[in-house]
Structures are given as structure tokens and as C-alpha cells.
Design a protein around this ligand. Sequence first.
Ligand SMILES: [Zn+2]
Length: 817
Amino acid sequence: MKKALLLFALLAMVNALAQELKSPSEFLGYELGTQFTRHHEVVDYYQYLAKVAPDRVQLNEYGKTNERRPLLLAYVSSAENIKNLENIRAEHLKNTSGEGNPSKAIVWLSYNVHGNESVSTEASMQTTYELLTTKSDYLENTVVLVDPCINPDGRDRYVNWYNETKNTPNNVDPNSKEHHEGWLSGRANHYMFDLNRDWAWLTQVESQQRLKFFNKWLPHVHVDFHEQGVDNPYYFSPAAEPYHEVITDFQRDFQKTVGKNHARYFDANGWFYFTKEVFDLLYPSYGDTYPTYNGGIGMTYEQGGSGRAGLGIITSIGDTLTLKDRIAHHHTTGLSTVEVASKNAQKLNDEFKKFYTNKNFTYKSYVLNGDQDKIDALTRLLDQHEITYQAGRQATVKGFRYKTGKTGSMKTSSNSLIIPGDQSKGTLVKVLFEPNAKLSDSVTYDITAWSLPHAYGLDAIATTTAVSGTAYAKTESATTNLSESSYAFLTDWNSMNDARFLAELIQENIRVRYNYKPFTLDGKSYPRGTLIIAKGDNKNHKAYLGTLQKVAEKHNKNLTPAQTGFVDSGKDFGSGWVQVVNDVKIAVLSGEPTSTLRFGEIWHFFEQQLHYPFALIDADYMNRVDLSEYDVLVLPGGWGYRRFMKEDTLKDLKEWVRNGGKLIAMGGSIDAISGEKGFGLNKKEIKKDSAHTMRPFDGSERERIKNAITGAIFKTKVDNTHPLAFGYDDNYFTLKLGNDAFDYMSEGNVVYLEEKQNKPVSGFAGSIAQKNINKTLVFGVEDFGRGSVVYMVDNPLFRGFWENGKLFFANALFMVD
Ligand SMILES: [Zn+2]
């Protein structure tokens, strides 16, 4: 009896708890909007919701960040739906193959992808709370997935910085320090990658872990919550042109439906907003486009504020923008989105099904040939996107040939990769693989080309009839036993995987050499840059063979034994034309003159791709560092070099190179070290457009873009006899990201645009910019005293996705003397 009573009392308590869900303000102990909530507190609140309302909230930790913060996904719906969650998901996914009869709307709300756009996560808590209380009727036919913070490392970086820095009480004066984040803002993730540029390339752990769950749900509606400048009114859908041509009429219309619903609330409150401007739908790696190319309605919402706004700030028209205002706006659009989805659940399901029927795009198959490492790297990406592929057969295929830009043919074999256009991810396949994305309008602030065959350096053909293949078998790890009697082992050098292999051998103290001239041995020819691992070089290494075997297996490298160093043709292994790879000690400049994104790409490259140590040297104290301790210094791209590169700094740098240092200068750093007092590269004189008199004010944006290259692919000429280009063909497709142009040098031009190579093979380039880049340098090496300067005008590490450029960077580190 007593026991039953106790149980009853307990149940009553749980019930009461469930009914009286604490609001974020009640739970956190301060009114939402009066403080920034740290990530662990956000996690606590969602855990609390899942604990007191387990019938309506399920919480899933889908991963961890680089700094070990949890990544969360909260499933929020009615008790009935949460009970049937797995069935609802299964039924929804059946729709991608035209089966099933789903009726629920699936809405995914993603908050705070940019860490310092910090209102988003605060708004997520209020929105989730209201969905569970006052707006619970929306949830009867709708499942809402809430990711409270896509980028916890960046957000906590901002929040902690703000808490440390702010006045008490906070100061709305825009000059106060709390409105001025430093060089490293909270926008990007740990490695300073912009996670809103990474949905398609998946270079970052946050994106990789999230996509697994995204693919399990493929939401009907996805919202990415952002912030923009303090003075901007709110932005919501419909998005601006250009729209990618694969976006359906329904997807366009629904953007409008959603926008009009938001407008109702904003109008009623007298809030300002704008639509159809700035934020376009083309580049596939955003949080709005990527879900759109997967059949959903992907939208970006932008509140005015960002890292500058703090808890409150005076705007340029003298109003005070508070965090509370910002929360109210994001909260309103969040709820309004779920409302629209709920009202249109059946329509969303019907249209989603339609999206997944065969679209009959022009290209039916994409067929790729090339180095196995590159094919493997591409299949790893395809697997994550759940794009299916096959192996080729012995045949000849005809179609559009990427390398020549014309119709042509290519022989296929079992090593070829075939990607069928007709598959459930067919739209995404078209977007990622087509030779040239059609631009409905050329004003976009991001790259306009990304075609994966060029990015991965593969020979490819797009065919207008389907090419049939066979089941694809993953390559097995090489397991040949290495024999002690072998004079040397030989292996190829032409991919990022090979660079990783070399980097590990160096760290295992295994000495490696490479050839400057091609040679033949045992009837096989070996190009320049072949790795030669010789017994004679490693006689003092205690575990030489075992270590080599282990590292080769780890990187799936086939080693060809050689019984002699006496080659059939070319230079013998003991020749001066065969050099030992140096165990280079590397420093990378960081801080103010560099761009965080450009520095971050290099940081991530060393730690997560190449796995090779480097010293991170901040510009603040570089002049106190003895650079002679380092063999290589990398200057990442950036726009602060003019101020940083004072006469003394440049003089010291030249002295260091003259004494044998190797300087790798990238992007914006090049300008600051060239010219009269610098090294030998010269900026190309920009020819002024003489026809700019009496230009009407309206349309000046159109005029400006004549100078612009925001990201387009160009075919370049390569001198692959130079160590900077070992492992490359005599052409390379570069992703050009700006109109910076440098004249050819007297020698050492390794990758360059020849006459008439100034038209992009894919993407947009303004007419004046095209003229300026004609006959200019892309990558080159200047010998200077006993050292050298490697110039990288284009950025082979951009966003970590241009796989085929990375070997240039590895060559600069290891192969260039
Ligand atoms: Zn943003």
C-alpha cells in the first residue's frame, strides 16, 4: 500500500514536471538575452528538456568537435510521433524511391554555424521551448530536428571572449572593445574553416558527423540561422539569383510561401526585412543549397548583429540593437517556418517524392580515369554523400571530355569509375560533376565553379547515354612482403596519399630519395619524383624493413623492389640527379597580416591531412624568432602584409632565404614581398578600362564585376620537369579566386596561364579580369642565394577540397630544393 502510494506520488511529480516545463530563462537563471549562454549550459538545457519531456524530446549526441564539445540533435515532436520516430523516418526515406506513403513534415533547424553569429543558439532554446508548449499543435504532423549549435568551438570562443572583454553593465558604444573581436573571431571552427562552405566537401569533423544524420532524415525544410552586419535588417527567403538550374519550381515557390508567412509577423511588429537580395543559391556547399540539392527547401535567415553586436549596440541610425531583439526575430522565423511546414505537410511530401524521380538530365553518366589514390579519395567523398558508383568495363566511351573541353573519347577498364546520373542522389551528382554550372545571373559572392573531376585531377567524360558498369570493389591494401635482399624499393609520387606516406617515412627516420630525371629499370619507366627507398640509406635504422612495411600498408602503397641501382636508362640511384628528401623543419606565420581562413587551411593541411609537424609562429613575435632554426617558412594569404612587411622585416627575410631558407609565399603575401625592395616577382600592371565615362549609377554593380573573378576554373600549362610539379601532367586545372596577376619571371615559371588560356573552362570571370590574367604566373620558384621562394598566386589548399592542388604544396615542402 505504502509502496503504491509512493509510486503514485512519484508519477504525479513527473507529470507535473512535464507540464511545467521550464523556459530557458527559468532554467538558466537569467532572462534570455541578458547574457550569452555557454555551450555546456545549452547542452544542459536540452538534456533537461529530454529528461522532463522524454515523450516529446529525444536528444542525440551525434559527435564531438575538435575541442571535444558535444554536437547535439534534438528530435522534437508530439508524443505520438516520437513514439513512431523510426517508422516516420523509414516511411519518409521510402519516398526517395517513389514508395511509401508518408504524411509528416520533416523540418531541420540548424543554428549558429558561424560561431560569433551568436544569437542563433539562444533563439534555438526559446523556439524549442515554445514548440513544446504554446505551439505544440504544429508538432502533430511535423517532426522538428533542432541542432542548437553546428559550431560549438567557434561559438564558445566568441562567448568566452565576450564575457572576458565586456563592460559591466555592457556598453552599447560601438567603440568599446566588446564590439571588436580580434584576428581570430568566433566565426569559423577550431581549424578556422567556414562550416557554411563545407557541406559538400566535408573536410571538417563537424560536417562529416552531421551529414550521417542529415542523410538519415533528408528534411523537407532546412533552415540555417545566421547574422550579418549590425545595420542590416533581417533577411529571409526567397533567396537572391542566381539559383542553380536544378532547383525546381516548387522549391522556388515554397521559398516564397515561407517568406510571406514571416512577413506577416514582421509587418505586425513593424520590423524591417529584405528578401531576394545578396544570398543566392548556387555554390553547393552551403547550408541552404546542399539541402536543396537533396530535395528539401534550404533557406538562410540573417539577423543583423554578429560578433560586433554584443548584448547591445548603437546602430548607424542611432537605434539600439539588443540581443533580446535579435532573439525575437530568429525565434519568430523559426516558429513561422515550422508553422508553414505543418500547414503544407502533404504538399511537401508529394513534392519531395517528385524531386526523387528521374530528372533525365543531359548527362547520363560521368566516367573517370586516373591514379588509384585519386579515385579512392573521390570514392571516400561519394560514400559520405551516399552517391553510388560502379567500376568500368573494357570499352570506349564518348562524350564531353573535361581535359580538352570538347567532345572526345576515352578507353575504360575495371579501374575506371562510373557515376550514374540516374540515382536517388542524381541531382547532387549533376551539381557536383557537371562540367559547367549554368549561371542564371553572374553576380554572386562565392565561387562559380567546383567540378569534381577537375578538383580531383581525374580524366573524365560526361556521356549523354548511360554507361553500364560492374560492382565496384574497393582496392585492397598492399601486403607484399619486403625482402631484405632488395637494393631499394620504388613507388610513385602523384597524389596526396603519396605525400602522407612520405611524411610518415620522414618521421619514422626512414631516408627517401627521388629522381630529377626519368629512368627505366627492368623494362619499367619511372617518372621524375619517384620515391626511392634504398637499403644503403637506411643501414643504421634498426627496424628498417618492418617499419617500411607497416607504413606502406597503412597508406596502401605498392612498393616495387629493385635489385640494383644501375638503371637501364637515365641516372643511377647514386647520381647527383637523385636527391635525398630533407627532413624539413617548418614554420607557418599566423596572426594579423594573414587571413584566418588562409592560415586555417594550412594548419588543417599539416595536422589533419599530411600529418607533419610545424611551428605556428605569430606575427606579433616573429622578429624575435631565430628563423635559422627552420628550413621552410610559409606565409599564408592575407590582406595585412603591407603594414607587417616593414623594410627591416623584408630585409631579414631576404637574408634568411639567401642563407638557404625556403619561403612559400601564398596569395596576398606575394604582393608585399615583391617589387623594388623585395624578391623578383612583379605584379602585372592593371590596364585601366578607358570606357568608363558617363556610366549610369544604376548598374554600377554590373560594371564592377567586369574586374572580378570570384572563383572559376582555368586550364594552365605545367612544366613538370620542375620539382614543384613532379607527379603532375603538363596541364593543371586551377581554381582562380581573384584577379591578382603577376608577370612571368625570367625563369622558374612552373604553372602559368599561356596566351589565350585566360577564359575559364568553368565558372565566371569578368571581361577586364580576363585580359589582366592573360599570360601570368600561377605557381613558380625563384632561386635566391642558397635558398628559394615558392610563389603560389592561386591557393591549392582553398577550403581543403581541391584535392589535385595539394601535391604542389607537398612538392614545395619536400621536392623543391
Ligand atoms: Zn553566417
